[in-house]
Design a protein around this ligand. Structure first.
Ligand SMILES: Cc1cc2nc3c(=O)[nH]c(=O)nc-3n(C[C@H](O)[C@H](O)[C@H](O)COP(=O)(O)OP(=O)(O)OC[C@H]3O[C@@H](n4cnc5c(N)ncnc54)[C@H](O)[C@@H]3O)c2cc1C
Length: 421
């Protein structure tokens, strides 16, 4: 059996580690020149020096919004000794350490962008292009694991009257540092993790920052910089610099930064793969990962708002149980039924159509389902408890939440204490 793994970010590395541990031949195809995916910083925005889309949205000064105690892999924790909330370089170093420890780098074809994945009888035909030499690569695999992430294709809604605005408009995917915003008046749209983080960073240097979001849906508490103001949604752009908000207030801006998230996008999937990719869903997937019609294709990392590395690990182990024959899949009908039941449960809980892969505070249940179905080692409950605690602290006190350090006491319990940096 030959397995292709597309992408050498955290999900691709976890997949390669578990597939190769089964003694199964695997090849990782990665368009970048190093491992780490999102955690690789580059000054490039838009397209890279080879003319291909820049993958990463990483920016200078980013510190993780989850503590290192849950950002490692279940049996390969992050060894750094000090605080819990690590910077980009430390997480990237950790992913390199992981790849080296499990001898994964020799499995990776770097600088190869996958351009097509297509079914070929009961196998998969994959085409890729070497970004440097421009030579084509094509090969046939029995299994394909798609690990290409989903923070690379921005969603930028257009504001009413936006064509009148003469300042700079960008998405957080293009944000690299706060330097360009010195003394500017900046409008940040969206109060997800990126919006909040970018607004706080820009406020360090800008004249004024307005953070605009749907205040009826989300409460973002805590101490704010004096030059950062919260406002409800934008009503319209009035002229070349003025923006009016739904509460009737109006401000002028030099720059608008959309922090409005990303959509799923797998441009290399041929129509015959039979995968429906919407902005907010990928179908038909059993347990959010296995292609129901063609189970030799899987996606690692589709669910979001989760302890990502832990999830990649358990998803990869789950899939390996299928690959090595330890777990047989239910019939297609049963897999569709299982997926439909999941959708109904989500709707009953109030999740919207856009949130069909959101895990959040339900991640423990998902992990338990994977573990019990495949009879694999579960994720420790303490991991999800720390995730919830950290998530609550984030929205309660954005300025200070990273000053806390977590300590795992046992499988179920942790303590957190103020950490002096
Ligand atoms: C700004 C930002 C901050 C974040 N902060 C945190 C945090 O603090 N904690 C946390 O847990 N998570 C955080 N995340 C989420 C983060 O994306 C995940 O933690 C994780 O790194 C995603 O890993 P991945 O392997 O799924 O995807 P990626 O890291 O995106 O890796 C995908 C890989 O696939 C490659 N690839 C893509 N397309 C192709 C192709 N066609 N051919 C070949 N290779 C391809 C890419 O080059 C890349 O290396 C953050 C995300 C962003 C954008």
């Amino acid at each position: 059996m030959r397995v292709a793994i597309i992408g050498a970010g955290a999900a691709g590395l976890a997949s390669a580690r578990h597939v190769s541990a089964q003694g199964i031949e695997c090849e990782v195809i990665e368009m970048g020149s190093e491992v780490g995916g999102t955690w690789v910083y580059t000054d490039e925005v838009g397209t890279d020096r080879f003319g291909y889309p820049v993958h990463t949205a990483m920016y200078k000064g980013l510190r993780a919004n989850l503590p290192k105690e849950i950002m490692g892999f279940p049996d390969f924790p992050i060894p750094e000794p000090n605080g819990s909330y690590l910077d980009q370089a430390t997480i990237l170093r950790f992913l390199n350490l992981y790849a080296e420890h499990f001898n994964l780098k020799p499995l990776i074809k770097f600088n190869h962008i996958v351009t097509e994945v297509r079914p070929n009888a009961d196998k998969w035909s994959i085409k890729a292009k070497n970004k440097i030499t421009k030579t084509e690569f094509a090969s046939i695999y029995d299994v394909v694991m798609i690990c290409t992430g989903h923070y690379n294709t921005p969603i930028s809604p257009s504001l009413s009257g936006q064509e009148k605005f003469k300042g700079h408009v960008m998405h957080s995917h293009q944000y690299r540092s706060n330097k360009p915003f010195q003394n500017q008046r900046v409008l940040v749209i969206g109060a997800g993790p990126s919006g909040l983080d970018v607004a706080f960073q820009v406020a360090e240097i800008a004249q004024q920052v307005v953070l605009s979001y749907d205040m009826t849906k989300k409460e973002v508490k805590g101490e704010y910089p004096s030059n950062l103001v919260k406002k409800p949604q934008v009503l319209r752009v009035k002229d070349k610099e003025h923006v009016e908000f739904v509460d009737g207030s109006c401000c002028s801006f030099d720059t608008i930064i959309y922090c409005t998230g990303y959509r799923y996008n797998f441009p290399f999937l041929h129509h015959d793969c039979g995968v429906s990719v919407g902005d907010f869903h990928v179908r038909p997937l059993y347990k959010h990962l296995i292609h129901i019609e063609k189970p030799t294709m899987c996606f690692i990392g589709i669910p979001y708002y989760v302890g990502a590395f832990q999830m990649f690990d358990i998803q990869a182990r789950f899939y390996c149980q299928y690959l090595n024959g330890s777990m047989s899949l239910p019939t297609k009908e049963m897999m569709y039924k299982d997926t439909e039941e999941d959708v109904v449960k989500r709707k009953n809980k109030g999740y919207s159509e856009k949130q069909m892969h959101l895990l959040g505070h339900d991640q423990q249940t998902y992990f338990e389902e994977l573990a019990s179905t495949a009879k694999i080692t579960p994720i420790l409950p303490v991991i999800c408890k720390i995730w919830s605690d950290s998530d609550n602290s984030f929205y309660k006190d954005l300025k200070n939440f990273r000053k806390y350090k977590y300590r795992i006491l046992n499988n179920n319990t942790f303590v957190s204490e103020r950490y002096i940096e």
